[in-house]
Design a protein around this ligand. Structure first.
Ligand SMILES: CC(=O)SCCNC(=O)CCNC(=O)[C@H](O)C(C)(C)COP(=O)(O)OP(=O)(O)OC[C@H]1O[C@@H](n2cnc3c(N)ncnc32)[C@H](O)[C@@H]1OP(=O)(O)O
Ligand SMILES: CC(C)C(=O)C(=O)O
Length: 496
């Protein structure tokens, strides 16, 4: 097996996303998690860009032990000097310098010529080599750079001592075949000495993962990726997609150092810290990536997981696949869930329950265990029936939020009040003090269903209790009510 190096740029390209900026402590938290995940290189920032970014590179260098810490620069001496200073404490360090090589960049960004740009590229690599041994060169907009000129630049920077050559499809323009041929062209026309080629693909046309894999198939031995695919504009190649594609296709004879079971927890961490929700259908880490909601699929999965699952969710750190009961579910899935609830039914009873189930599912979309128990006419376990009866909130600018909550638990009423840093926090705290279970909220997503200030707020909540994950959902025009109900919906699923 040949090794594919994983270069993570969540903290540099990922952090360029508006609203995703992290403070130094948060960046250290992500960097340490990336180290545990097993990435080979962490691009920690662009030190010349601000004192905060400089400081983050310094602190990440101190905190991380074995992955190489990389700092980005332009082909500018000052950038290189500042990056060298920021990398002072890194045990393994790399400088990532480069310049735009496409005609568009040469003409409009630099008002320059191919020859002058080639000289600046070589000068930058030579200057960076004075400070660090490991110098990566990026040919920005290589995706739209003429292959002949690109190969000439690559040869020149390899001769100047570059150890890794990054071929970015900066604008996400290339087709997979085109990008693969570009990498092949360089492999065939450049004496790479000991240097390796790297991919850095963007998602503007949704082809970042395909392009990266084509790069690898054609000879690249490093991929630049981010957790959840975050990054400039439509994003970068996502780490989880490339790693799992490589792992799933053993015939490629390529391996990475990634401990894939850490993927999902890290994806959640990045999403939470960066306030960047993961789209539910995101490959590998989306809420629905391993959820089966239609009857034919559910039937297949219940008979044998491999009918509709190419990856065991546990391999990426997801505790189990989930069968979501919806109006698209069939009798097999319904019966399986009833069995789990210890409800045994014969074929006639199943048909009757199924008819009622479909009526409810058309109205309610997501059918939970409590709904099923009601459909089956079963008495619910008394401590498992928590309902929100009353919620009063005082909140606004310049005042502390306070919530008064009344819960009905198996017919008995409990009232409590609490302060919080906002209305949702106050209300959830008030509920927590009543129910007293030590649950952690792992995901909390509020989305408007349509448009307008009168819209319904849809809330998905994921909580963990005793190492098991439970999902809650609610929708309401009052988002605080929806949030509390989603929390309670999840708690109601915890077996008593
Ligand atoms: C494709 C990528 O993702 S590259 C990384 C993008 N990340 C960032 O830009 C974030 C950090 N950037 C910054 O903080 C700032 O833009 C800085 C500190 C780098 C530069 O700030 P300023 O000096 O004010 O320049 P400004 O950003 O306005 O313009 C960029 C300048 O760099 C030049 N430049 C751009 N890329 C390169 C490069 N790779 N090598 C050399 N010069 C470059 C531009 O031509 C322009 O120069 P000019 O002033 O002679 O026209
Ligand atoms: C700086 C380079 C590697 C980059 O981010 C890009 O070209 O997209």
């Amino acid at each position: 097996m040949e090794k594919l190096f994983i270069f993570d740029t969540t903290l540099r390209d990922g952090e360029q996303v508006p609203g995703c900026q992290l403070n130094t402590i948060e960046k250290i938290e992500v960097a340490k998690a990336l180290e545990e995940l097993g990435v080979d290189v962490i691009e920690a920032g662009f030190p010349v860009s601000s004192p905060g970014d400089f400081n983050s590179v310094v602190e990440i260098s101190k905190a991380v032990t074995w992955p190489t810490i990389c700092a980005l620069t332009r082909a500018v001496e000052k950038d290189i000097e500042v990056a060298a200073e920021a990398l002072k404490y890194a045990k393994n360090k790399r400088m990532h310098t480069g310049i735009g090589t496409s005609d568009l960049h040469i003409k409009y960004k630099f008002n320059s010529t191919q020859e002058e740009i080639l000289n600046r590229a070589v000068a930058a690599v030579s200057y960076a080599k004075k400070f660090v041994e490991d110098v990566e060169f990026y040919a920005e907009d290589a995706g739209r750079t003429n292959n002949e000129y690109l190969a000439k630049v690559v040869q020149a920077v390899v001769n100047a001592g570059a150890t890794v050559i990054n071929i970015p499809d900066t604008t996400g323009y290339c087709l997979p075949t085109e990008y693969g041929e570009k990498i092949k062209y360089i492999v065939e026309h450049v004496d790479m000495k000991n240097a390796i080629l790297s991919t850095h693909c963007h998602q503007d046309l949704g082809m970042a993962t395909a392009n990266s894999i084509m790069g690898v198939i054609n000879g690249a031995r490093q991929v630049e990726v981010t957790i959840n695919g975050i990054g400039e504009r439509a994003g970068n190649t996502s780490l989880e997609e490339v790693v799992m594609a490589i792992k799933s296709h053993k015939e490629l004879n390529i391996e990475t150092n990634i401990n894939t079971q850490k993927i999902y927890p890290l994806s959640k961490m990045v999403s939470n810290l960066m306030n960047m929700p993961i789209q539910p259908n995101k490959a590998i880490v989306g809420r629905n990536a391993f959820a089966h909601s239609s009857g034919i699929h559910q039937d297949g999965v219940l008979k044998n997981l491999s009918t509709y699952e190419i990856i065991d969710p546990k391999e990426v750190g997801i505790k189990d696949n989930s069968i979501v009961l919806t109006a698209r579910s069939g009798r097999h899935a319904l019966k399986s869930r009833l069995n789990l609830l210890d409800i045994k039914v014969d074929a006639d009873e199943l048909s009757q329950i199924y008819t009622k189930f479909l009526e409810l599912a058309d109205r309610k979309k997501d059918i939970n265990d409590e709904d099923l128990l009601i459909l089956c006419g079963r008495e619910l376990n008394s401590t498992n029936r928590i309902k929100l009866e009353y919620l009063q909130i005082s909140s606004g600018k310049g005042m502390k939020s306070v919530a008064v909550v009344t819960l009905n638990i198996a017919g008995e009423k409990f009232t409590n009040s609490s302060f919080g840093n906002g209305p949702v926090d106050a209300a959830i705290k008030a509920v927590r003090e009543i129910i007293k279970r030590q649950v952690t909220i792992q995901e909390f997503l509020i989305q408007a269903i349509n448009k307008g200030s009168d819209d319904l707020g849809k809330v998905h909540m994921q909580i963990e209790y005793n190492d098991v994950v439970y999902y809650g959902f609610s929708a309401n025009t009052d988002i605080t009510t929806a949030s509390v109900e989603a929390f309670i919906d999840a708690i109601n699923k915890i077996p008593v």
